[in-house]
Design a protein around this ligand. Structure first.
Ligand SMILES: Cc1ncc(COP(=O)(O)O)c(C=O)c1O
Length: 380
């Protein structure tokens, strides 16, 4: 196995004024939460996406926890969630005592199979949690239709999908609530960070309280009350203004970042399509009515053995490709909720076959050339 890394899977980079803004935050003597960069980043997200309220959070996991608190999830409540997702989509609700009801994914977009939703609803269903995998939109018309008919809130886990669109509308603007991640692997980052997007106005006031340790401190800062006090349960979900400064610098150059990522995605796709077809490898499906945010380039190899051999063969050449989610219903925790092999057959098969190629904002064509060359030498 090669020691030297020729092409890493991810590499964080400065994209704009990150360092200057961090300096500015320090000079302004406000590096805790809710400083000017937090406000600017929140306003940027609100204006860019057209959401009524965006609240920065310490990460997407915590934004999901806030969503579970806002929906007042109680022990025994059920939430419908894909098994093919990051553990936080589920855990945020399990923390409140919810029982996850795992739904399988579609074999094309790897998103929640919306045709199975109705069958999984019970009188205890309290939330539907679509995850826009790779930032390609779930079938929101159907999901919102089912949710609306049964009066069930929707929380979009849009960790991957900032700037993705479904039928011309930004992801994160459909559900009552939506969550974003700014973890270092995401298109825009501040290392660790996230946001809660609030589309249903009834959740705004309480969201501000929950993230400020259960106090009405946000209203105090806006001069709406003359002292702040403990008014509800809550925790500390506010992001340091140092991180908000880093994030705001990246938000400001969003178009440039997205353009760079489009170039990277298109380059992989153009050079790998023929090889993929000849080797029975599936490349990403982006339906015509979806605009993707170029978050990742993944491929589905024929089976687990070829996927593992593929990762090892690239690794020998110093190239780091990775697999992704393991089926949550078959995890130790998932099995305690009754998960059994065969419950989500598409998830089980896809999870074994998926590989993600190196993808970060400053990936060069030369580096991509090395990745592509290594792949073209691999026969499935
Ligand atoms: C779909 C999904 N949801 C939530 C998260 C958690 O994000 P964070 O690391 O910001 O808490 C991730 C992590 O990448 C994710 O892939």
């Amino acid at each position: 196995m090669a020691d030297a890394i020729r092409v890493d899977f991810n590499k964080p980079s400065l994209m704009g004024n990150e360092m200057a803004y961090i300096q500015e935050a320090i000079e302004k003597r406000h590096i805790s939460g809710d400083g000017s960069f937090t406000r600017r980043a929140q306003e940027f997200l609100q204006n860019a996406l057209g959401v009524p309220r965006a609240l920065l959070a310490t990460n997407c996991t915590h934004a999901l926890e806030m969503a579970a608190l806002l929906l007042d999830i109680q022990p025994g409540d059920e939430v419908i969630v894909p098994s093919f997702t990051f553990v936080s989509t589920v855990n945020a609700f399990v923390l409140r005592g919810a029982k996850p009801v795992f739904i399988d994914i579609r074999p094309d977009t790897l998103n929640m199979d919306e045709t199975q939703l109705e069958d999984l609803l019970t009188p205890r269903t309290r939330a539907i949690l679509p995850v826009h995998y790779a930032g390609v939109g779930c079938e929101m018309d159907t999901i919102m239709g089912v949710a609306g008919y049964h009066d069930i809130p929707v929380v979009e886990d849009n960790a991957h999908g900032l700037y993705g669109k479904y039928k011309g509308r930004f992801l994160g603007t459909f559900g009552d609530l939506a969550t974003q991640s700014f973890h270092e692997t995401k298109n825009l980052t501040c290392g660790e960070g996230g946001a809660l997007l609030i589309n249903n106005l009834k959740y705004i006031d309480r969201a501000e309280i929950l993230r400020e340790k259960g106090t009405n401190r946000s209203r105090f800062f806006r001069g709406m009350v003359d002292k702040y006090t403990w008014v509800d349960i809550g925790s500390s979900y506010v992001l340091s203004d140092i991180l908000a400064a880093f994030l705001f610098a990246q938000l400001e150059v969003s178009s440039q970042i997205q353009a760079q990522r489009k170039r990277i995605w298109d380059f992989y796709d153009a050079h790998l399509r023929d090889w993929a077809r000849a080797n029975a490898v599936q490349t990403p499906t982006v339906p015509a009515h979806c605009e993707q945010p170029y978050h990742m380039y993944y491929m589905l190899l024929p089976n687990l053995e070829t996927r593992q051999a593929f990762i090892a063969s690239l690794r020998e050449k110093g190239i780091y490709s990775v697999f992704h989610y393991l089926p949550l219903h078959l995890s130790d925790m998932g099995m305690t909720f009754g998960g059994r092999p065969g419950d989500c057959p598409v998830t089980e098969a896809i999870s074994d076959r998926l590989v993600r190629l190196p993808f970060f904002n400053t990936l060069t064509e030369q580096e991509q050339g090395w990745v592509i060359e290594a792949i073209l030498q691999f026969n499935c």
